[in-house]
Design a protein around this ligand. Structure first.
Ligand code: AMP
Ligand code: MG
Length: 424
């Protein structure tokens, strides 16, 4: 029974889950709490930015026409009639032959059409007060940031589904969004199964290992904008697993289990799903690591049965948990970005399954170059330290040579454009 599992391609697996997932609820959060969540509303500019012509430098607001004859040997003298700090408007307007001292960000006074930088003028005082001497002409508009030059009223600045990062925060704050409508971050229960597992603070004893998957998955989920709910370690006991998963499904819409996913004597995930009467979307994927990945739905709830092997678990979260959560979060991009890179080494494959090798992709002489890191075994943790990408090697018997272009899934979600999606 357990061995009767028909593998689907990565693409088919992703297709099945994406077609069955849907956006969650929209909520309103304070701007401070909006980091890495996805907008549930379009952000439209309700005013120009800047709202008024303003000075780009500390200097003097002048009429450009007054400076046209200015030369080092024949400086043009302008009387300084007012000083405008940032945040204040001039009291008067500028007449020909006069200047106003102005600070960066202050509104350009009526009558002025250019700003001279402090360092470009000579300042002086006489019996009539202060003046400046201008030694070269300035053109109209110089050093002025014009009304609406950054953003014009009515512009759509960010579309629904966009992830809120620092740039989005700056724009939201500029337009007075002290609260913003976002999709509710999904809560995801994590259950680590395995009688060999110890809590992280326990001393090691022979035959046991510490539960590292929960912590790894927690961080992966947090980076996606989801809320992990670690529910601890469950022994390889069918009843205990069944009880724990049943409770987890009551508490969260998404449940991730690690371990027990294979065909071993104590691998209960398949039996558990049967007893739950959950709908299996797939229970085997033609990929390595992580071929024994199961995704099932119980009503609107999701159950992800991931392999206990750390690398397989990692890949399962990024490939299959991510798109479901991202869809729930109303995201524009459901998958990690996929890029093309040049192989740094020869790779020979003999396996019919697609390989997803932990890899490091780096810019080398203007080219993205990729090389596998660590041992290519699903039990290996050290490779996860160095990996910033997953190198995709299609199944089959073939050698891919150094210098060839290959597809790479970029793991550092930030800082790489979403040109395509992470599908095989
Ligand atoms: P399983 O999927 O239960 O067959 O486990 C596969 C391998 O992953 C075994 O070597 C387990 O000891 C290991 N493993 C299972 N769960 C975890 C975990 N939470 N943290 C680290 N390793 C694990
Ligand atoms: Mg196990």
């Amino acid at each position: 029974m357990k061995t009767d599992r028909k593998p689907v391609t990565i693409e088919e697996a992703i297709e099945r889950i994406v077609s069955r997932s849907s956006p969650g609820k929209a909520i309103t959060v304070s701007l401070e709490k909006a980091d890495f969540l996805h907008l549930a509303e379009d952000i439209v500019a309700d005013h120009h930015v800047p709202m008024f012509d303003r000075s780009m430098y500390d200097g003097f607001a002048v009429k450009a026409a007054d400076t046209q004859q200015a030369e080092p040997d024949a400086p043009k003298r302008l009387r300084v009639i007012e000083s405008i700090p940032a945040g204040k408007e001039a009291q008067g307007s500028l007449q020909s032959g006069t200047a106003m001292r102005i600070m960066t960000g202050a509104a350009i006074p009526p009558g002025a059409d250019a700003v001279l930088m402090l360092e470009d003028v000579r300042e002086g005082n006489d019996e009539d007060g202060s003046y400046i001497e201008v030694t070269s002409p300035v053109s109209p508009g110089s050093h002025i940031s014009h009304r609406g030059e950054d953003i014009t009223a009515g512009m759509v600045l960010a579309k629904i589904g966009r992830r809120i990062g620092s740039g989005e925060k700056a724009v939201l704050a500029t337009f007075g969004y002290h609260q913003v409508k976002v999709y509710q971050p999904p809560e995801v229960a994590i259950l680590a199964t395995g009688s060999e597992l110890l809590p992280v603070d326990a001393p090691l004893v022979p035959g046991k290992i510490r539960n590292s998957n929960s912590y790894m998955v927690e961080t992966q989920l947090r980076r996606m904008g989801a809320v992990p709910k670690p529910l601890g370690i469950i022994k390889d006991d069918f009843e205990a697993c069944y009880q724990a998963v049943t409770t987890a499904l009551e508490e969260a819409d998404f449940v991730v289990t690690t371990g027990g996913a294979s065909v071993g004597d104590y691998d209960f995930v398949q039996a558990l799903i049967e007893r739950l009467d959950a709908e299996v979307l797939f229970n085997k994927v033609a990929m390595r690591p992580g071929s024994v990945t199961t995704v099932a739905k119980k009503g609107e709830k999701w159950l992800f049965g991931l392999s206990g092997n750390p690398a397989a678990c990692f890949v399962g979260v990024e490939l299959f948990v991510r798109p479901v959560l991202k869809k729930a979060m109303g995201a524009q991009h459901l998958h990690l970005p996929q890029i093309s890179a040049t192989l740094a080494v020869d790779i020979t494959t003999t396996n019919p399954y697609t390989r997803l090798m932990r890899a490091r992709t780096e810019l080398h002489q203007g080219q993205l170059v990729v090389r596998p890191v660590g041992l290519d075994k699903s039990s290996i943790i050290s490779g996860l330290l160095e990996a910033n990408s997953l190198l995709m090697i299609p199944g089959g018997e073939q050698t891919y040579h150094r210098g060839e272009k290959v597809n790479v899934i970029w793991l550092e979600e930030e800082g790489m454009c979403h040109g395509s999606t992470a599908r095989s």
